[in-house]
Design a binder for this molecule. Sequence first.
Ligand SMILES: Nc1ncnc2c1ncn2[C@@H]1O[C@H](COP(=O)(O)OP(=O)(O)OP(=O)(O)O)[C@@H](O)[C@H]1O
Ligand SMILES: [Mg+2]
Length: 263
Amino acid sequence: MRSIAIASGKGGVGKTSFVINLALALTQYHQKVLIFDADLGLANVDVMLGISPKFDIRYVINGKLNLKEIVYSTEYDFDLIPASSGVVELTHLNSDQKILLKDQMEEVFKKYDYLLFDSSAGISENVLFFMYLAGERIVVCTPEPTSIADAYALIKVAYKNHKIKSFYLVVNMIKDETEGKRIYQQLLYVIERFLPEIKLSYLGGLPFDECVKSGIKSQVPYLKLCPESNISKKMKEMALKMLKFNPQEIMGLENFLEKLISI
Ligand SMILES: Nc1ncnc2c1ncn2[C@@H]1O[C@H](COP(=O)(O)OP(=O)(O)OP(=O)(O)O)[C@@H](O)[C@H]1O
Ligand SMILES: [Mg+2]
């Protein structure tokens, strides 16, 4: 199992749309995917998918339900653990709760190839918790200078506070490929200069596309709504790139659970 946290610093850059469509693209490549909604904001994954879950992670932390009982299947063949304020409680577990959750997570997560965490905007402890816990991290930004500055700030804090050293970058809402690569180079230049221990890899760019908004409005992922659009093709390329990364560098389920216990 690969675990990936998606974060951005700045809000509204397209994290949730990215997570949902990456999940669908990976599913189309026959991967079993679970989205863990780690955002407490308004634009939650369940809303974008048009589902109304009854239970969430809080019920698990309070010992009322088992984790497997709050895994929702979607009509797109990937599954979802919905968000709630329990996401914050998750970052402050006592050791008994951790052990209980570890066993439940092991049972649920072992069925999946990918676990994707959709984070909130900002650089809160909550966001950093999931970035630390996950084996890999994707930072999403747009060509706006404020978004690039926030992506840098997020990387810097994750490194300073949790010694996280490797990140992938996705530049969303670009006008062409050159723009995405230019922004990656800009960020890389600053990182190499001020945070030389950090490895930032370019996962790719996604174009600005009206289909994303239509998808959100109709509560259908754009990969399903406009499969032939440029953005859907790029997303499928990105998913393929993720699949081809060297598995030796990838942290598995055992390490994930060990990290949870040691946090
Ligand atoms: N590639 C794109 N082209 C056009 N619009 C986009 C694109 N990606 C995202 N958007 C739009 O940006 C808005 C924010 O998207 P989304 O909710 O996915 O961002 P977010 O980073 O998850 O936000 P938050 O920080 O609030 O969680 C939506 O209205 C969406 O339609
Ligand atoms: Mg979001």
